[in-house]
Design a protein around this ligand. Structure first.
Ligand code: MN
Length: 386
């Protein structure tokens, strides 16, 4: 049995991971569940999956969760700090990090230090501190198993290729709901339009990131660290059908791709049960439903976030951390109708220009940078001075 800790069990990835667990009760056992504030769903999940421990980050919901689970032998913890505690839980083999944003960083570090393999859905962890995380993983001999569909695709293509050098990878992008739109159009779009992703059903933050191409930018940074690549070895290609999940090109020019209908349960299942594949009844791809695949260049002039992400990665140091923190603030502001779609890039760019650059950051530098970028981005949003 693989014993699994799920950090962020009530989100989109967390709930789909539990569907995978439900389908394979003899393969997986959930030992820890954690939620930010959705106590109702957390209780329901705990009653069904009977973990050893649950965490509710919102401390005001502690009593409610505690009372609801009092008949069962489940330890209930509250507060964000408890995440780091349970990340090291002894009775777990794999920690699925399905939290939203840079809050995933510290629990991931704790889990790695405790020797847990990481099923990484929280890409922000690698964006903020990829160098530190990958180094720690090597030191503690733990695997970082990508859950992000593009990175899972690359990871699957690399099976059996350990001796072979990667020449290049192509991360595919759907282009999101605003593919082909102009800046004029984007200047007036509202969250309701941005939240309508053509191919994937995901949480609100990542859906906005997909519409702005920031998601692809974060994924470029994530890929750099996961596969130890130079920035020039990473390319983005828009493939609106989202069937080819990404492509590896080797030094002989041969390319391998991984395909399938868009469904996050597949990469989740692959990461949780790596290296073995598990039988399932997920929808199969039918060629006749897709007589044409198409490809186009990503429009980084209109969707500036992707360009900013490449710039931050070239600059290195704490720059991707600045980009990420500012992005978390502007996405929340956009979702609250406080800022326009195009202004998101402007605030991020200004934060990248103004926050002090640290070339070789330690954990404390990342935490400081994250805090300062959030404050500055917040001020720029409120004053509306971009
Ligand atoms: Mn992805």
């Amino acid at each position: 049995m693989k014993r699994i800790t799920i950090l962020g069990s009530t989100g989109s990835i967390g709930t789909q991971a539990l569907e995978v667990v439900r389908d394979h009760p003899t393969v997986f056992k959930v030992t820890v569940l954690s939620a930010l504030k959705n106590s109702e769903l957390l209780i329901k999940q705990a009653l069904e999956f009977k973990p050893d421990v649950v965490v509710i980050c919102d401390e005001s919901k502690y009593i409610e969760v505690k009372n609801a689970l009092s008949a069962l032998n489940i330890k209930v913890l509250a507060g964000e700090a408890a995440l780091s505690e349970v990340a090291a839980y002894q009775e777990s083999d794999v920690v699925l990090t399905a939290l939203m944003g840079s809050v995933g960083l510290e629990p991931t570090i704790t889990a790695i230090k405790a020797g847990k393999d990481i099923a990484l859905a929280n890409k922000e962890t690698l964006v903020v501190a990829g160098e530190l995380i990958t180094k720690l993983a090597v030191e503690h001999q733990v695997k970082i198993l990508p859950v992000d569909s593009e990175h899972s695709a690359i990871f699957q293509c690399l099976v059996g290729e350990t001796q072979n050098e990667i020449e290049k990878i192509y991360l595919t992008a759907s282009g999101g709901p605003f593919l082909g739109k102009s800046k004029d159009f984007l200047s007036t779009v509202k969250k309701e339009q941005a939240l309508k992703h053509p191919n994937w059903v995901m949480g609100a933050k990542i859906t906005i990131d997909s519409a702005s191409l920031m998601n692809k930018g974060l994924e470029v940074i994530e890929a750099k660290w996961l596969f130890d690549l130079d920035v020039d070895q990473i390319d983005v290609i828009v493939h609106p059908q989202s069937i080819i999940h990404s492509i590896v090109q080797f030094t002989d020019g041969s390319m391998k791709a991984q395909l399938g209908v868009p469904d996050m349960k597949l990469p989740i299942q692959y990461a949780l049960n790596y290296p073995d594949r598990l039988k399932n009844d997920f929808k199969r791809f039918n060629f006749l439903d897709y007589p044409n695949f198409s490809f186009q260049k990503a429009d980084m002039e209109t969707f500036r976030n992707l360009e900013l992400a490449f710039t931050s990665l070239r600059k290195g140091g704490n720059m991707p951390c600045i980009l990420n923190a500012a992005n978390e603030i502007v996405v929340a502001a956009f979702l609250n109708d406080k800022i326009g779609f195009l202004q998101m890039s402007e605030v991020i760019e200004q934060c990248m220009a103004e926050i002090s650059f640290v070339e070789k950051p330690q954990l404390s530098d990342y935490l400081e940078t994250d805090k300062h970028s959030r404050i500055l981005a917040g001020e720029l949003v409120t004053k509306n001075i971009v």
